[in-house]
Design a protein around this ligand. Structure first.
Ligand code: ZN
Length: 450
């Protein structure tokens, strides 16, 4: 039997593409699993940048930067900026930048959280960001974050903690006790969301601070007492590939750790080119609560970092006029049960490729110039591209794109990965889309200065 050489060639190509996709998605899933909070996501980004020969800088020290080298800096252990120093002057080349965010909607533990009542020990929580609350019930939850303490030497120190195992849950009320639940369920965050740790009387239990002291037992010098904390509950179910044909990635925090990971791997690949150009990745905390903080996209972190690369005011303005930002976040995918929620001509499909997000009222930063740039890149790299515009009778979300564009005066574009269940504790994205986004973004960074 003869074999058509062109068909065996294309089979080989698709097998290679499949292997690349599986490897990439495995890396994405383990990045998400290792990043239950913005602190852990930032540490994970830093660790992978260290492994790729990026040099860690301290904001409080003087910097001496060299062309051709790669650097990163963090603020508050929850936001990170990494970049490649190009060989040409920055003022003449400009910077191609990728933006994403490290935070996701979740439940944050209150400062004095212990609640002992009705034969239970629970912790009171605040809702962080616009969380979809229903999916938080009946999950195997764990707890992670940052703890500040006084140590045995009398100093204030901090450490990251992650309990890793399922230490808590929020049980649903049985349908027999609320017959209307499937028609009219509403959730009161104050009374319905306290997270259950244990049953029994108060004298049978410790307090949260005791649990934290146990977590910090290996710190040296030893902690003497807990001073404060920022702790977030998360789902212990790991990220996984789902669907009869493996079409989906199901995970917590796909919004927006998916984009952080795509941005990270894109920047690392771009830094390994023979002639690296000026390229930057910013991953900001606090996007889900409006970005207005010392470490959020509306704060000065990115501008101050860029000014240190280019202190001369005129050169800075020249560089910004040649720079472009792509803000990568998630986009709503056409949901098969709710097709009427989308504009019929702008309904992105899962595994249909990256989505250009457009909004006349500047909720997204895209304009025809940056959209055309990205469409041309997708065309050249054979990446399918889609467009999202919200229905004209509905309101629109936003991203760090317009905020950074307004801060720096750079051209910007909003791009997203099609997603179901955005802001649920378990979101769903396509398994083919992330690698397509990366292919387009690698090409975007290669075109700095063009
Ligand atoms: Zn987002």
């Amino acid at each position: 039997m003869s074999i058509d050489p062109s068909s065996s060639q294309s089979t080989l190509q698709s097998t290679t593409q499949n292997a690349l996709q599986i490897e990439f998605n495995q890396g994405l899933c383990s990045f998400i699993n290792n990043s239950p909070t913005p602190f852990h996501a930032t540490a994970e980004l830093a660790q992978q940048l260290d492994a790729a020969n990026f040099i860690a800088l301290d904001e409080s020290e003087a910097w001496s930067l060299e062309a051709g080298k790669n650097y990163y800096v963090t603020r508050n252990q929850s936001s990170l900026i990494a970049w490649t120093q190009g060989a040409a002057p920055l003022a003449e080349q400009g910077m191609h930048m990728l933006g994403a965010h490290t935070d996701s909607p979740c439940l944050k533990v209150k400062p004095q959280a212990d609640l002992y009542e009705h034969n239970s020990w629970r912790l009171g929580v605040e809702v962080y960001g616009g969380a979809l609350l229903n999916p938080w019930f009946d999950r195997d939850l764990s707890l992670a974050g940052r703890v500040h303490y006084k140590n045995s030497a009398g100093q204030v120190a901090f450490a990251m903690v992650d309990f890793k195992c399922p230490i808590a849950t929020i049980p649903s009320l049985a349908i027999h006790l609320d017959r209307e639940v499937n028609q009219n369920r509403s959730i009161n965050p104050q009374t319905d969301l306290p997270v259950l740790l244990a049953c029994g009387d108060k004298d049978q239990h410790k307090a949260l601070n005791d649990l934290l002291m146990d977590q910090l037992s290996s710190c040296d010098p030893k902690p003497s007492n807990i001073l404060d904390h920022e702790l977030f509950f998360y789902d212990t179910q790991p990220a996984s590939i789902v669907g009869i044909n493996g079409d989906f990635i199901a995970a917590s925090r796909l919004d927006n750790l998916l984009s952080c990971y795509v941005g990270l791997t894109t920047l690392i690949e771009s830094a390994q080119q023979a002639k690296p150009s000026w390229s930057l990745l910013v991953c900001s905390d606090h996007e889900e609560v409006g970005s207005c903080s010392a470490v959020g996209a509306a704060g000065p972190f990115l501008q101050q970092t860029l000014q240190r690369l280019l202190p001369n005011t005129e050169n800075f303005a020249r560089a910004m006029s040649r720079s472009v930002l792509i803000s990568t976040d998630n986009a709503h995918a056409l949901h098969p049960s709710h097709a009427n929620k989308m504009d019929p001509n702008h309904s992105p499909k899962i595994n249909g490729g990256p989505v250009i997000k457009v909004n006349a009222n500047q909720r997204y930063a895209s304009n025809s110039e940056t959209q055309a740039m990205f469409r041309a890149i997708c065309d050249d790299t054979q990446v399918p591209v889609q467009t999202f515009v919200v229905r004209s009778d509905m309101s629109c979300g936003s991203t760090i794109g317009p905020i950074v564009a307004a801060e720096l005066g750079v051209k910007a574009l909003d791009v997203g990965m099609p997603t179901y269940g955005m802001h649920s504790i378990r979101e769903l994205a396509g398994s083919r889309d992330p690698l397509w986004l990366k292919a387009a973004l690698v090409q975007f960074l290669a075109r700095t200065g063009q």
